[in-house]
Design a binder for this molecule. Structure first.
Ligand SMILES: C[S@@+](CC[C@H](N)C(=O)[O-])C[C@H]1O[C@@H](n2cnc3c(N)ncnc32)[C@H](O)[C@@H]1O
Length: 263
């Protein structure tokens, strides 16, 4: 009897190992993607995040800062500290002169109680697991009345014209991009409330990233967390997106921004 080919299907993902390898091998990839994702009248998601910070931002901490794209957008903060567990990401940020940084885990911030005016976190909160411990740390370091501004990827809003891109991506990958956790709007607000953070503003926007070339297609696929997808399927997704590429084509990058106050 012919032996059946075994398929590699891990039942669970060791996210902390996967994320460590992902950011070691592709430092700065989130910035390369989001820098070119725009929405008219707003700019890119980093610019949108900074719009929710006060004009005189005081002492700012950037959690899961990666290559620290937020740093150059902050207008004269009193102090800035970027925090990340990935040395490769921090090296890129350092090379851009964006410091200072702490190589640390958000779960145990080496910062004093109530010492921070604004905590920002771009595209990282969904990686902080358990999220309630991370939010407790954020609440601990924020002064009363201090602000927590975060952006994270979401599935909506999208346009009807995005269906084709989504379908081609799915047919190539034969799987959906994954995250350690999806933080729905009300769940995120609830866990923040338990930590002493009150949501004061919450909005989602569709940004569009160009899909003009094979390079764009590769960047889009490479920037996704795909812990269980083999290289052959990633390559299939790149080929499918490349076939769609051309002048005026784009892919959606949907982002939710949540602004909270430490009560
Ligand atoms: C998707 S990247 C976002 C980078 C950057 N903020 C940006 O928007 O371009 C997520 C970052 O969070 C970091 N990260 C994940 N879990 C973390 C944790 N528990 N403590 C500190 N950093 C963490 C990763 O190393 C990575 O650099």
């Amino acid at each position: 009897m012919a032996s059946r080919k075994r398929r590699f299907r891990p039942s669970t993902t060791n996210w902390s190992d996967y994320l460590r390898r992902f950011h070691r091998d592709r430092p700065g990839i989130t910035e390369r993607l989001l820098d070119n994702a725009v929405t008219p009248g707003i700019g890119n998601p980093y610019e949108w995040l900074v719009m929710a910070c006060e004009s005189d931002p005081g002492k700012v901490v950037d959690l899961g800062c990666g290559s620290a794209p937020i740093r150059p957008l902050l207008v004269e903060p009193e102090t800035y500290v970027g925090v990340d567990v990935s040395r490769s990401e921090l090296s890129i940020a350092q090379a851009e002169g964006r410091g200072p940084f702490l190589e640390a885990d958000v779960m145990a911030l080496p910062l004093s109680d109530m010492s921070v005016d604004i905590v920002v976190s771009s595209m990282s909160v969904m990686l902080f697991d358990p999220i309630d411990s991370a939010l407790a740390e954020i609440a601990r370091v924020l002064r009363p009345g201090g602000r927590f501004v975060s952006i994270r990827p979401v599935t909506f809003p999208v346009d009807i014209t995005d269906v084709r891109v989504g379908l081609e991506l799915f047919l190539g990958l034969r799987s959906m991009p994954a995250l350690p956790q999806w933080l729905g709007r009300s769940r995120f607000a609830r866990i923040q409330a338990a930590a002493g953070l009150r949501v004061i503003d919450d909005q989602a926007l569709r940004f569009s990233h160009p899909l003009y070339s094979a390079e764009d297609a590769r960047l889009i696929v490479d920037s996704l967390y795909l812990p269980t997808v083999p290289v052959s399927r990633r390559e299939a997704a790149v080929r499918r997106l490349t076939r769609l590429a051309g002048p005026g084509r784009d892919v959606p990058v949907s982002i939710r921004r949540t602004v909270s106050i430490k009560v």
